[in-house]
Design a protein around this ligand. Structure first.
Ligand code: EPZ
Length: 419
């Protein structure tokens, strides 16, 4: 398994281009199962999770023609597709559960593996199942699989999610596109990635409208051929903005609409970063002194995203005072804390709240990645640590950050891959 060697401390300077969003690409690729006609998806990030989803679609019978740079996929489905999503593929990427909605809505049956948990939590899919059942899906769980079928076309219903869930919202919207009649989904997640999904589906002739956290889908018979360019990855952009704030950087972040990370940018301004924006660029200058923030709380969009929590914790370690971070989305998303403590961080955890002493002087060490976002937090910490750090299991990073080592090298980080 490859490792990264990072020789800190590094200053950050230059510009970085943001890739397509992994978390917008996954539901959009899953939704292509609804199509009878070819569909073209552009700006896909070249990351492991997208390969997994493309392989899953192929295993279901989709023909996938990739462009030379692997960022554009032309997807052509057969008339009779398979409807078996195997554990071997689903276990490597939880987002695979998003094929359940389109399979049941288009083919009226599916055998989809339960995704299983991961390090950040149990990751149940009960809200997905409750909603799809209300639309007419009948299922039983056997041998770790969801064996599902419906008596013909799903039927539109009014459904209120008990808790806000990105994946359950996505699965239900996709399934409702071909249902008979109107579906009203209440208490939906409203992440920009979900809006990108509904924009894609509406371009293909779906009828999806939003009003706050309510999404109204009027079912149609079939979707038209279309081409869609996936939005930029706001978590990657946020990660680079945190990096610049952390390392007294002077960075231009390109290819995304800064409005989608407005909450994060406002927080970084509070911390002391100087930020200017245009319609598709962010200019960010890191402060000499990083101000601490008393209590950062992760929330559903438009709050501070849980996917940026680990990166912000590194920033607070280097701030001049005490701070705390409350993780409100996942039950076990402090896996990075033990590794940061190996670098010298002073963090105490009480339930879902981390209390952080600032003024930490990180000393390079050997570190182990756990989940995708925790891994990038270790890279940020190593970047400002004194001395050499080695970070193991970088495949976690490759799941969601395209070409991360070259992007970091290009802006001044002394990073090397060790085979
Ligand atoms: C999506 O996961 C993202 N993944 C996650 O990003 C992100 O952290 C998360 O949304 C929150 O923003 C993708 O988009 C592929 P949820 P998802 O359903 O859909 C509980 C990354 O690093 N829940 O909004 O799984 C759940 O356990 C990944 O890119 C249920 O209890 O998140 C969690 O505590 C990590 N039952 C909370 O709700 C359900 O049926 C929010 O989960 C579904 C969720």
């Amino acid at each position: 398994m490859d490792k990264f060697l990072i020789n800190g401390p590094c200053r950050i300077k230059g510009n970085v281009s943001i890739s397509g969003s992994k978390n917008a690409s996954l539901p959009i690729l899953a939704a292509t199962l609804l199509f009878n006609k070819p569909v073209i998806i552009k700006n896909l990030p070249r990351v492991r999770d997208i390969n997994t989803m493309l392989n899953l679609l192929k295993s279901l019978g989709s023909k996938i023609i990739l462009s030379r740079d692997r960022k554009t996929a032309k997807i052509i489905n057969k008339k009779n597709m398979k409807t078996f999503a195997s554990y071997s593929l689903v276990k490597t990427m939880r987002g695979s559960i998003l094929v359940l909605g389109p399979l049941i809505s288009k083919f009226y049956r599916s055998k989809t593996s339960l995704p299983g948990g991961c390090l950040i939590g149990a990751r149940p899919v009960n809200y997905h199942l409750i909603a799809l059942k209300k639309l007419g899906m009948k299922y039983k769980i056997r041998d770790g699989y969801i064996i599902a079928k419906s008596d013909g076309r799903l039927k539109g219903k009014t459904i209120k999610f008990p808790k806000i869930s990105v994946g359950a919202t996505e699965n239900s919207i996709i399934a409702a596109c071909l249902a008979k009649g109107k579906t009203i989904l209440k208490n939906c997640a409203m992440e920009p990635e979900i809006k990108d999904l509904t924009q894609f589906l509406n371009k293909a002739g779906a009828n999806i409208k939003w009003s706050g956290r309510t999404c109204i889908i009027t079912g149609i018979d079939s979707l038209n051929q279309t081409t869609h360019t996936v939005m930029a990855d706001r978590i990657e952009a946020g990660t680079f903005c945190v990096a610049a704030t952390l390392a007294k950087g002077n960075l231009q972040v390109k290819n995304l609409d800064p409005k989608i990370i407005n909450t994060e940018l406002e927080l970084l301004k509070k911390v002391g970063a100087k930020i200017k924006t245009t319609n598709n660029k962010i200019f960010i200058k890191g402060p000499d002194k990083i101000k601490s923030i008393k209590n950062i709380k992760t929330k559903e969009f438009p709050g501070i995203p849980t996917d940026l929590q680990a990166q912000l914790m590194v920033l607070m370690c280097k701030s001049v005072g005490k701070s705390s971070i409350t993780e409100n989305i996942f039950e076990n998303r402090f896996m990075h804390v033990a590794e940061l403590q190996r670098l010298g961080a002073k963090i105490n955890i009480k339930n879902n709240k981390a209390f952080i002493d600032g003024n930490t002087n990180f000393i390079g060490a050997e570190l182990m990645s756990s989940d995708l976002r925790a891994s990038v937090a270790l890279v940020l910490a190593a970047m400002v640590a004194n001395g050499k750090s080695i970070i193991g299991r970088v495949y976690h990073l490759e799941r969601g950050y395209e070409n991360i080592e070259n992007k970091l090298k290009k802006i001044g980080v002394r990073i090397k891959r060790l085979k």
